[in-house]
Design a protein around this ligand. Structure first.
Ligand code: GSH
Length: 111
């Protein structure tokens, strides 16, 4: 389980919400840094100029799909989804009122 996780985001960015949905689904605690879309001063330290950017224990991850894939690998190094996870996922997805968003080849989450 990652320890120090920081999400650089725009509140209204769907790619950022995709990453947040994944983090929430796996109960991974994270801090949020809201990026000013004009100055982008909060992400000046990075060469990547878009959001989301996820810092995980000091490592920079970019691009929502790559972030989800990398986190998934960390959570499931053997590349399998436990049955219990699959059931939890279906219950969670069923509880959402808005349409589903396919966030990776492994997990679909709605938000
Ligand atoms: N393929 C990227 C797309 C990310 C993206 O386009 N983010 C937008 C915000 S929704 C962005 O940062 N655009 C550049 C800008 O605002 O200057 C991903 O999935 O994370």
């Amino acid at each position: 389980m990652p320890k120090d996780v920081v999400l650089y985001q725009y509140e209204a960015c769907p790619f950022c919400n995709k990453v947040k949905a994944f983090l929430d689904y796996y109960n991974i605690p994270y801090k949020v840094v809201e990026v000013n879309p004009i100055s982008k001063k909060e992400i000046k330290w990075s060469d990547y100029k878009k959001v989301p950017i996820l810092k995980v224990d000091g490592e920079q991850m970019v691009d929502s799909s790559d972030i989800v894939d990398k986190l998934f690998q960390r959570m499931h190094p053997d590349n399998s989804v436990p049955d219990s996870d699959e059931e939890t996922k279906m219950a969670w997805v069923g509880g959402q009122s808005l349409g589903a968003c396919f966030v990776s080849k492994h997990i679909s989450i709605s938000f």
